[in-house]
Structure formats: C-alpha cells, structure tokens
Write a protein that binds this ligand. Structure first.
Ligand code: GDP
Ligand code: MG
Length: 162
C-alpha cells in the first residue's frame, strides 16, 4: 500500500488549500471560517511518480475552551495512522500556544514531521518564518498553498522522509 501522509495543524492555516495544490485539483473543502473539514479525509496523490495517500484533518466543531485538545486529538489519530506528517502553521499569526500543543503530540507520535509555514505569498514573508525554528522541528519550509510557491521543494523534502 502507498505510504500515508497526514496534514495537520490548527484550523484555517491552509491545510486543505495545500492538499488541493498537491492534488492539482480542488477536492478538499477550503473555507474562510475555521473548522470546515469535518473528519479525516483521504486522497490518493502522487509526486515525482511516487504514490502516497494524503490525509486532511482538522474540522469538527470548535469550542474555544477545548480547542487545543480537540485539535491535538484529531491530529493524533491521523498521525498515528500515518507514516509521516506535514505540520502546517500560519506565517501571519506566528507561533501560537496551540501550535506548541500539536508539537508535543507530534513528538509523542514519533513520526517524521516536515514543518510548512504557509501564507508566505511573497519574498517579504520569508523573514517572519524564522520564528518557527523555535518549535524545534527543524527547518521551517515556507510555502504559499494558495499560489504554489515553495510547494515543490516542500514535497521533495517530504518524500525523503516518507
Ligand atoms: P484549513 O482549515 O487549515 O484547511 O485551511 P483552508 O485551506 O480552508 O484555508 C483557510 C483560509 O486560508 C482560506 O481563506 C484560504 O483561502 C486561506 N489560505 C490558504 N492558503 C493560503 C496561502 O498560501 N496564502 C493566503 N494568503 N491565504 C491562504
Ligand atoms: Mg480544511
């Protein structure tokens, strides 16, 4: 079977947009409001002739109090079933406490993780991405899921660990 790649992160960071970019078609639902992806949804994908299964995560109903743990729970199930994960964060918000919560879960799961700093739509965003080194997940890979910027480099890195 094809290896499984989970895409995790807070609502609204651009996970579904990134998945559509990788798939080359609009299949994952993208919304301006957080919490649209209801369940974990799998998509067959391919990069450089290598097949893999992409798993979108992160919708459900958000209640502010329980948000961090719910995100981590969903991400945890997806990561447990996956061979590797892309952890998507948002360059525009910077590091949040929820991001740090997800990092702790990812550490426990002990899967290879590639860090994608999304919404870096142009050169100017590159500098902001440096703060994500503090998550301790290695190099922050800057991407714009919306425009495709950096996504090929990200996938090359992901396939090295998948
Ligand atoms: P998800 O909740 O993590 O799946 O996030 P979505 O993919 O649904 O995207 C949430 C919002 O962020 C939508 O309004 C997207 O259009 C927007 N978005 C996603 N990727 C980018 C990006 O690279 N740049 C910008 N500027 N906006 C983005
Ligand atoms: Mg989504």
């Amino acid at each position: 079977p094809a290896p499984v790649l989970a895409v995790v992160g807070r609502p609204n960071v651009g996970k579904s947009t990134l998945i559509n970019r990788i798939l080359g078609r609009r299949e994952a639902v993208v919304e301006d409001v957080p919490g649209v992806t209801r369940d974990r949804v799998s998509y067959p994908a391919e990069w450089n002739g290598r097949p893999f299964t992409l798993v979108d995560t992160g919708g459900w109903d958000i209640d502010v109090r329980g948000m961090a743990s719910r995100i981590a729970d969903q991400a945890e199930i997806a990561v447990d079933m996956a061979d590797a994960a892309i952890f998507v964060v948002d360059a525009r918000t910077g590091v949040t406490s929820t991001d740090e919560h997800v990092v702790r879960m990812l550490r426990r799961a002990a899967r290879p993780v590639v860090l994608a700093v999304n919404k870096v739509d142009d050169e100017r965003g590159e500098l902001q991405a440096a703060e994500f080194w503090s998550l301790g997940l290695g190099e922050p890979h800057t991407v714009s899921a919306m425009h495709g910027r950096g996504v090929a480099d990200l996938l090359d890195t992901v396939l090295e660990v998948l």
